[in-house]
Design a protein around this ligand. Structure first.
Ligand SMILES: [Ca+2]
Ligand SMILES: [Ca+2]
Length: 171
């Protein structure tokens, strides 16, 4: 009888573990805002041949991450202006989001409902109302990217690198 109870307990515990595993929250702590251009002239052209502002995210981890549910915005007031669909960011790889105002997702492109203001505002990523990364910026010049140097610091660069490692060139 004791053995049966012990087995039952084991079964209940295991079920609990599996239920916990399936309900696991995605871990977006390894996703960073890495670079953006808030006044795009010819630093990036989308599949319509247009030149929307763009935001680059970087995955600092060794794992591919599905960004589904991650939110992107241009301010803290409304965090979920753009919510990622099923979309993989590769391990140590990049995803470009187009701040075009079109609010559409195609096979290859993500377009937000908002644009970035060249006069300055914010880029924010969040999940379930919790801000994961935020960058505030002042006035931006055409085709000059604002790019992350390290965990804390950002710099302007004359060489925008959408989808590739940031480069810092100012002359
Ligand atoms: Ca805006
Ligand atoms: Ca880059």
């Amino acid at each position: 009888m004791k053995k049966t109870i012990a087995l039952l307990l084991c079964a209940v515990l295991l079920c609990g573990l599996f239920a916990g595993a399936t309900a696991e929250e995605p871990d977006f702590s390894c996703i960073r805002i890495n670079e953006f251009v808030a006044s795009n002239g010819d630093s990036f052209e989308d599949e319509n041949g247009e030149s929307p502002d763009w935001i680059e995210l970087y995955n600092t981890s060794d794992k591919d991450i599905n960004l589904k549910g991650l939110c992107l915005s241009d301010g803290k007031k409304t965090l979920d202006k753009f919510v990622f669909p099923d979309w993989i960011i590769p391990a140590h790889g990049y995803v470009i989001v187009l701040a075009s105002g079109y609010d559409t997702v195609t096979e290859t492109e993500l377009h937000t409902s908002f644009k970035l203001s060249a006069d300055g505002e914010r880029v924010v990523i969040s999940y379930m109302g919790e801000i994961l990364d935020i960058v505030s910026f002042d006035a931006q010049e055409k085709d000059i990217a604002y790019a992350r140097v390290d965990k804390k610091d950002w710099q302007f660069t004359l060489v925008p690198t959408p989808g590739a490692e940031n480069q810092f060139v100012m002359e």
